[in-house]
Design a protein around this ligand. Structure first.
Ligand code: TRP
Ligand code: SF4
Length: 339
């Protein structure tokens, strides 16, 4: 069980640094676990900074009147409950460390607009969110999203960034901005490497992409009941009416989950399914039990961190540690730029 770090106890284990962040846009689901598990295991080897990037949430949600405090609490609890450890990592809120904004501004001086416009998600998102939600994303802030992300990473001089595959273009842009800065002024910034999670994409229970907005996700906080319900909703092979009908695991959502969560047994499950030797009810029960085992420890840790004041304290202490490093970088940056 995690405990509070005592003052003076934060000894980072190496010189190598990690930054990563997530937008506080609602509770996380098991589709986020692959990235989060990387965050957790990297703590053993790196000095880790994990930021709740509330300014990034505003780039698309600027008129949503978000209850940012509640969203921040929620995502911090999610991180803590999967094992992000405040004794090892700095966990903090982006807008509490103003150096992110200063570096974003300075990097904007040297970032060509064309670099930002050619980020693949840029025009897609404008189109998509514009059409689906009537949102106007032709803003200065949204165009600058990846430059702000670069500032998040570079202000800690991070060597590596554990993210989902969808973030690769942003990390590439960050590297280009770092290179340009290093060339123009002074070689201050490492060119950060992306570290990608093992699981590319987890389907939702209905076979589409897992997403809270599709109501097809299993949340990290899921209790036994929610796990049961969601697994029951999973789409299986419609050809299997009776238990001994031969099945086609390749078109079954349950099977995709078995591949990820029961990798050692999946070959047997597949054979039995094809031979009509295992029924979908039993197959689902087995998956539900595995997910229960996976999520139960998260629920337990969450109870600890939910006590009033604990998250606030972690974020306060995380802010101090992040600020110390960010301020140090900014002194070098200002000097390099002649400020
Ligand atoms: N763009 C990232 C996402 O949507 C969030 C993010 C912001 C981030 N700044 C970052 C991720 C810096 C890694 C590093 O998931
Ligand atoms: Fe899917 Fe399992 Fe049913 Fe086969 S037995 S169709 S893998 S749920």
């Amino acid at each position: 069980m995690a405990e509070f770090p005592r003052k003076g106890e934060y000894v980072f284990v190496t010189e190598k640094r990690i930054f990563s962040g997530m937008r506080p846009t609602g509770s996380l689901h098991i589709g986020h676990l692959s990235v989060l598990q990387n965050w957790v295991s990297l703590q053993a080897e790196y000095e880790c900074y994990y930021g709740i990037v509330d300014w990034h949430a505003l780039t698309t949600g600027y008129d949503d009147h978000l209850d940012m405090n509640a969203l921040i609490q929620e995502i911090a609890l999610d991180w803590l409950s999967v094992g992000v450890d405040p004794q090892k990592s700095a966990i903090f809120v982006q807008s509490n460390v103003l150096e992110h904004a200063e570096l974003h501004l300075l990097l904007s001086m040297i970032t060509p607009i064309s670099w930002l416009e050619r980020v693949p998600t840029y025009k897609d998102q404008i189109q998509q969110l514009g059409k689906e939600e009537g949102k106007d994303l032709s803003t200065y802030g949204f165009l600058g999203y990846p430059a702000l992300q670069a500032a998040d990473i570079l202000v800690y001089k991070a060597d590596a960034v554990p993210v989902g595959e969808d973030q690769l273009p942003h990390i590439e842009l960050c590297r280009e901005i770092a290179r340009r800065f290093n060339f123009m002024y002074e070689a201050i910034f490492p060119e950060p490497q992306a570290i990608i999670g093992k699981i590319a994409m987890l389907p939702g229970v209905d076979g589409r992409k897992m997403s809270k907005s599709y109501h097809n996700a299993i949340s990290l906080t899921a209790d036994t009941q929610e796990i049961q319900t969601r697994v029951k909703q999973m789409i299986t092979d419609p050809a299997r009416v009776r238990k001994d009908d031969p099945g086609h695991p390749e078109i079954c959502v349950v099977h995709q989950f078995q591949q990820i969560y029961n990798p050692r047994e999946v070959a047997q499950i597949e054979t039995d399914c094809r031979a009509g030797k295992v029924g979908c009810v039993a197959c689902k029960a087995h998956l539900a039990a595995t997910l229960e085992e996976l999520l139960a420890p998260f629920r337990e840790r969450r109870v600890y961190w939910q006590e009033p004041g604990r998250v606030e304290r972690i974020l306060r202490e995380g802010r101090e540690r992040a600020h110390t490093k960010a301020a140090e970088t900014m002194r070098e940056v200002r000097q390099a730029m002649g400020l």
